[in-house]
Every structure is written in C-alpha cells, then in structure tokens.
Design a protein around this ligand. Sequence first.
Ligand code: F6P
Length: 560
Amino acid sequence: MLGRLNGHPDNGDDFDITATVSWHALAAHQQHVYSLHLRELFAMDPERGSSLVVDVADLHIDYSKHLITAETIELLASLAREAGLEEKRDAMYAGAHINTTEDRAALHTALRLPRDADLVVDGQDVVADVHEVLDAMGDFSERVRDGSWVGHTGRPITDVVNIGIGGSDLGPAMAYQALRHDRHERISCHFVSNIDPSNLVSVLDHCDPATTLFIVASKTFTTLETITNAVSARRWLVGAFDGDASAVAKHFVAVSTNADEVEKFGIDTANMFGFWSWVGGRYSLDAAIGLSLMIAIGRRRFDEFLDGFHLVDEHFRTAPLERNAPALLGLIGLWYSNFWGAQTKAVMPYADDLARFPAYLQQLTMESNGKSVTTTGRQVTSPTGTIYWGEPGTNGQHAFYQLLHQGTWLIPADFIGFAIPTDDRETVDGGSMHDVLMSNFFAQTEVLAFGKTAEDIAAEGVPPALVPHKVMPGNRPSTTILAPQITPSVLGQLIALYEHETFVKAMIWGINPFDQWGVELGKDKASALLGVVSQADSPAPQPDSSTDALVRWYRSHRGR
Ligand code: F6P
C-alpha cells in the first residue's frame, strides 16, 4: 500500500510548503537580507564568528559566513516545524514506512545502534539482526586479515576486489581511500563498478588469482553492471585454475539482500553477508556493503566508524532545531535553493584522502532529492534537489575557484578541514606543508565572504582601468567544518551529517528521499538497445531520428 505521506500528522494531501506562513515570511525576509553584506553582518555583531557555531562530537561547524541573521534561523526553524520535520525524523528513527512508494522503513540509523539498544520493527528485533551480521563480518574479516582464510592453493589473501556500483561501490571506495592510514599492510582493496571492461581489466592486471578475494556487492543482486563484471571475474579466476570451478568457494563472497540470486550465481549462501530492504543502497556503507572496508581497517576500527555515525544520529534526534547541525545545514541549504535561486553546492575537502567524498555525496544527495513530485504524487511547487560537486583543496583553487570568487552564480560551499595531518612534510623553509594547506583553507572562506573593495584596490595604486577586474565582491557564503583528524569515527560523523542534511531538505520539500524511480527507464532502454547495437542484421529504425542516426554511426564503426 502506498502510504499517504511521510509526513506531519496535520499535513493533508493538499499541503503545500510554499503556501505556509513561514515560507511567505522567509520570502519577505530574503529581501531584507539581500541588502546586507557579510561585511556588515560581521561588523554589526562582533561575536558572530563564535556564536554561529555548533559543535557535534568531533565536528566544529561554523555557519557564521552565511547570508543569515538570527531571524533567518528562527524563520527556517518555523518552516521546519510547519513541515513536521521533527515528527518525520522521529518516524524515521522508529522504523515507520516513510519510504512510501516502496512501502519500507528507512532505518539506516539502526545500523549503528549499540548492541544493547532496543528496536523492534515489523515484529523483528532489528538490533539483534544488525549485530549478528556485524559479528559474521567481523569473524570473516579477521580470518582474511590474519591469513587463516586462504585461497584455492592455500595462500593468504592479498587483494580484495569489491564488485558493485552506486551505493554498493561509492561508499566503500570513498572510505577505503579516506582511511588510508588504518589499512592492513598485506591487503589492498580495489573497486570495480563500471560496465566498461577497462575497469575490471585494469584491476585484474594487478591481481594474482591465487590470492584475490572478490566481494560481489549488490543489494538486489540483479544489477547489470555488477553481475556482468562478477561473471567476467569468475571466468578469469576459474580460467586461472584450469577450469576448476571449486575455486569459487574460496575466492567469492557476496553481500546482498537477495539470497536466491546469490545462490543462482553460484556463491554459497554461507559466504553471504546480508542486509535488509530498509537499508537504501546509498545508505548501506555501514551495513554489510562495508565488508571490504572492514577487511581493510579491521572490526575494531569499523566499530569506531559506526560509533561516529551514532553520535551524530543522537544529536540529530535530540538537539533543538536551532542548535541541530544537520537541521541547520539542511535549512540553510534550502534557504539558498528556494529563496536565492542557488542550484548547486560545492563541497571542498582540504584532505586528499577525501578526494572521493564529493562523488559519494553526489549519490547520497542527488539520488535522494532529485525528485519533482511530492510523496502524495503532486508536482512540487518549488525547486528541489541540489547539485553537489567538489574537489579537494587546493586543486580546486587552481581550477574553478575563479568562478566562485568573481563569477555571477551564488554557490554556497562547505569547506572541510583537519587540524592534525594524515601526512606531513617540511616546506622549503622548514615549515609544515599541512599548515600551508590549512592557511589556504582559511583564506578561501575569508576571501569568499569579505572580498576586497574597489576603494582598497585603488588605494594600493592599481591603475583605474584594472580596478573593476580586481574587485572581489565577497558576500559568498560558506560553512566551515573542522575536525581534529580523519579517523573512522570522524568519517562516520561526516557521513551521518550529510545523510541527515539530505533528509531535512526532503522532508520540507515533501518528497521521498528513499526511492529512485528515475533510474529505471534508462536501464530498460539500454537493455532494449543492446540488441539493436550488437545484432548483425540491419535493425528496425529507432523511434527518434537522433538516436537512430547515432546507433547507425556506432554500428558502422563497429563494422555492422
Ligand atoms: O540504479 C540505482 C541503484 O539502484 C542505486 O540506488 C544503487 O545503489 C545501485 O543502483 C546499485 O544497486 P544494487 O546494490 O542493487 O546493485
């Protein structure tokens, strides 16, 4: 049954967030804030830099460089209350079927509950289920790590290849890179996702079949890319053992919710690590999809990772909206999307090990909130979704920051930095390279916010014709997120922060962030077109002249 809404008890089918009192008040208030510059906001309140700050676990979050006043926060919190955000949040934590189009709970918060927590959903002891799988993953990971799980020829595993895509790839790949310093010395992990065979081939070129373990990671175990790559990897492995298919048992394990398909593929379900329909693909890194990460960093560190998520979950569940970090980030993001016309948000980790974090966030946020109908099936009445993008600092500075500083778009940005470096080296004059990195980090948010006026530039003796080119308008908003160091716990905290930020926006827009129907049609079309592009005989024309001509061009270059 499709539930009526994932919403506020008072929200009827006709509830329209843009028709609320708070929405109208925010629209009027924007006219006022629009006339203020961050220079003035800081001049008016000398404490601003220390008061518009929230500390959550290890995260120190400064949101003072936003185009907001105390009234903005009050109005945004009222909007959230009118939308029933707190009730919706509580419903999510309690396991209500808030994913209405799939009639499921969205219970990723249960994946990081401590062993002694209580949560029974649909008659099932969810906490016991979660910890049973974690324990099985822990035993298996330990055996791989200590060398007692051996390959077909009796040698310990040196390479783990995770085959999965989307949420079954981006999370573990991102976290494996982020936690580089916590990895096991003997074992390297690799991630194969793309149906482009170059992905698999380039990984297998570096692997020895005798010491390689494949993790086939797929919630559904029907995803074309994953199954195709897994079949190809199995062929490679069995071929290397002269067709002896018994090798598969020691070299293939599965992570899935679909035991039938795992068995059909030929993996013993004893070597399968399960999860549940209530874990969305993009929320599954902390479920069994994190198996490759657990092998890399060990059970203890993986537990710390989960604890990090849980700290932020508890904060989001209990802190008042006005002091609630995910709520503030979500509401401020919505402020820009809906009242200032911002379409994108940049995320700049000043840490090379977080290079894949923006890509991870793209799936989390854009697959979740890329929706244009509400949970009741009505067309939305305001823009939804936000385009997330970013690159590690300082690379971005030498590529696209020019547009951030002097371009015409409003692009709110999150800057993420760390006090204690993962690695450090001396600069030419004996200083710390990490300090250089962080001085850039602080400089960028300062310059974005405050810029440099024409008067200041002219006073430096710059020729008048050049002054307008050198003016730095400033007034460009950013959030600064600082943490002591990249640790498993801090990474879990950061992910949970963005998960809940995404949820906050979705609940106010009235959309379902937990389904992804928009990816289905493309999959169907691709399978229909496969016959057309590959068949030997001339195919029937395609319904549109562009696709028809493109397919013909491709076929002729393939000699068909
Ligand atoms: O096509 C989108 C999607 O369903 C994502 O939501 C998901 O993370 C990905 O495909 C992979 O799905 P699966 O884990 O079932 O292979």
